[in-house]
Design a protein around this ligand. Structure first.
Ligand SMILES: *[C@@H]1O[C@H](CO)[C@@H](O)[C@H](O)[C@H]1NC(C)=O
Ligand SMILES: *[C@@H]1O[C@H](CO)[C@@H](O)[C@H](O)[C@H]1NC(C)=O
Ligand SMILES: *[C@@H]1O[C@H](CO)[C@@H](O)[C@H](O)[C@H]1NC(C)=O
Ligand SMILES: *[C@@H]1O[C@H](CO)[C@@H](O)[C@H](O)[C@H]1NC(C)=O
Ligand SMILES: *[C@@H]1O[C@H](CO)[C@@H](O)[C@H](O)[C@H]1NC(C)=O
Length: 221
């Protein structure tokens, strides 16, 4: 009886810990009310990570560190997005801090671009920002997920650091280089061109595997 009781307590504590993990989602829109079709790039960031280096694996030479957190004050939930110097790998002294209310549509120029270039046909980006138990992705997007998990072939949401999403059909340009992000049959592709004529389609679909030194990665549509 005592053992069963202890087991129940351990199980319910464990359940609480599992449930306490939340994600701050930035679902992209082109209008300030977030009512048109979702389009652009977005993120879903785990709040159980205190400090994330180089969110979105952007092209910057000196990537920043980032944190995403939340608190409930009276009956409102506030979400915080902070940037830190790239040397501040423990996220101690914020450079910039942005606060938003749950379920609000806000300009999101502060999000790091996950590509080196500008989006064709998009002037401003807004995001519908939410706090949820599971990551929320915009539909019809390429999803690039990074996991903090050193074991080969282990990619579960409990270990998710962040996911970057890019809308199907989105095109970026950078001088004579252009890149289009394409979904086909749940597979993710890049269509890279130099000078508009020299083009190459690459399948970048990735099932759970070790992409780099420490993080597992998944790419899909
Ligand atoms: C981004 O693109 C520009 C222009 O092509 C290039 O000069 C720069 O080195 C690139 N930066 C990174 C970090 O790749
Ligand atoms: C929070 O409470 C205030 C005052 O009671 C109310 O005006 C507001 O609508 C509430 N907000 C939410 C999200 O329930
Ligand atoms: C980041 O830290 C480096 C080294 O400490 C420093 O040289 C640089 O000026 C800092 N950058 C910012 C934006 O604070
Ligand atoms: C935040 O908003 C989302 C979307 O409406 C909702 O599902 C979630 O329960 C809200 N979270 C909190 C803590 O209020
Ligand atoms: C793209 O890559 C994925 C994963 O390696 C593979 O399953 C799929 O068949 C590939 N698609 C094509 C058209 O080759």
């Amino acid at each position: 009886m005592k053992i069963l009781f202890t087991l129940l307590i351990i199980l319910s504590t464990f359940n609480c810990l599992v449930k306490s993990q939340k994600f701050i989602n930035f679902v992209p829109y082109q209008d300030y009310e977030c009512t048109t079709n979702s389009y652009g790039f977005g993120y879903s960031i785990s709040t159980s990570q205190e400090c994330i280096y180089n969110l979105g694996n952007g092209p910057s030479n000196k990537p920043l560190s980032y944190s995403a957190s939340w608190e409930t004050f009276q009956n409102e939930t506030y979400l915080y997005f902070k940037t830190y110097n790239y040397t501040d790998t423990a996220c101690q002294s914020p450079l910039e801090q942005y606060s938003m209310q749950n379920n609000s549509c806000s300009p999101s120029v502060f999000l790091p671009t996950p590509f080196n270039g500008t989006i064709v046909g998009s002037e401003y980006q807004y995001s519908l920002i939410s706090l949820t138990d599971e990551p929320v992705y915009s539909p019809n997007s390429l999803v690039f997920s990074q996991y903090q998990q050193p074991d080969f072939n282990v990619c579960s949401n409990g270990d998710l650091l962040f996911s970057t999403t890019v809308s199907n059909g989105l095109k970026t340009v950078n001088g004579e280089y252009s890149t289009s992000y394409i979904c086909n049959n749940n597979n993710a592709y890049l269509y890279n061109c130099i000078d508009r004529v020299n083009c190459k389609l690459s399948n970048i679909t990735l099932s759970c595997n070790q992409a780099g030194n420490i993080n597992n990665q998944v790419n899909y549509c």
